[in-house]
Design a protein around this ligand. Structure first.
Ligand code: NAP
Length: 278
């Protein structure tokens, strides 16, 4: 496991449960992170990049900028039969980083659509991936035998598979994931700024506020490189979102509450779309 935080650590827990004979080696930047992962029994042993030659499977779950930088080196160091999968929330830059690598066929580009707002080894949980979708990009560029190995693993830990090209992945995920995080961060900021003057505001915060702003607890170290890599798509979603907010504000200023009712009623359709997710 390269990266033993929420995503890598949760993979490690479920893989260990499914295949108890497996020995999981962890690699991270900080010694303290590996120590924590060992204490929590997420990994069996510490390792370094020099140990990759002995790995059957390498799961890369580090921030997407670090993935782009490190992935070519990882492919340099593995054996011919090693499968490398990543978990990055962006896909175009990661796929591009290794498109001409001689070991490109050992790599499978993945994005597990699962997670929480927590980070680090202590955020890792069992069963995170059960019933969740794993988006796989450029599957045809991975050796068939290694594709099969990966599919078996993902199915064994309860995941569904969806195939997509990296460009479409980044475009769609900007709407359903990246925009939601920006929206939560800026909602949190708006309320924090107000709270500086009105200290009682958090006493009045109900479950609606807590659930809407939950994603604002997410790690900036993970999200800044995601926004950087998906800048164009994210800016496009922000423009559409800001237009909608602006329109809502104008309706309020115009006392057009029948149209405000309609806006909300039309958006209630989200219940049908998300039926079964929450
Ligand atoms: P996380 O809990 O913060 O874990 C990431 C770990 O990566 C950190 O513990 C950090 O350990 C390590 N790391 C950072 N830079 C590194 C480097 N250059 N080399 C080696 N290790 C490094 O983050 P996460 O939520 O697991 O996210 C991991 C990946 O999964 C990201 O690419 C993210 O886009 C993707 N993802 C996240 C979610 C989500 O909801 N969180 C969902 C799907 C996919 P140190 O303490 O040692 O620096």
């Amino acid at each position: 496991m390269i990266g033993v935080g929420l995503i890598g650590g949760s993979f490690a827990i479920d893989i260990k449960k499914k295949y108890p004979e497996v020995v999981i080696h962890g690699i991270s930047r900080k010694e303290a992170t590996l120590k924590k992962a060992l204490e929590l029994n997420i990994i069996d042993k510490k390792a370094t990049l020099e140990d990759l030659i002995n790995a059957d499977l390498v799961i890369v779950s580090i921030p997407v900028d670090a993935t782009v930088k490190l992935l070519p080196t990882i492919l340099d160091k593995i054996s011919d039969h090693t499968l490398v999968v990543d978990a990055g929330s962006t896909k175009e830059a990661i796929c591009k980083a290794v498109e001409h690598h001689p070991k490109r066929r050992n790599f499978l580009a993945c994005h597990p659509i699962a997670g929480t707002e927590k980070s680090g080894p202590s955020a890792a949980i069992a069963g995170l991936y059960v019933g969740k979708t794993n988006i796989i990009c450029e599957v045809e560029k991975t050796t068939f035998k290694l594709q099969e190995k990966a599919l078996q693993l993902f199915t064994d830990i309860g995941m569904r598979i969806r195939y997509m090209d990296p460009v479409s992945h980044d475009k769609h995920i900007a709407y359903v994931s990246h925009l939601s995080h920006i929206s939560a961060f800026m909602l949190g900021k708006t309320v924090i700024n107000k709270e500086k003057n009105e200290r009682d505001i958090f006493d009045m915060a109900g479950s609606g506020f807590a659930s809407t702003v939950r994603l604002a607890k997410s790690s900036p170290a993970m999200w800044t490189p995601i926004f950087k890599q998906n800048k164009e798509n994210v800016v496009e979603t922000l423009e559409e979102y800001i237009n909608n907010l602006q329109h809502f504000k104008e309706l309020m200023q115009q006392d057009n509450f029948s149209e405000i009712f309609n806006e909300m009623e039309n958006t209630n359709y989200i219940k049908q779309i998300l039926n079964g997710i929450n």
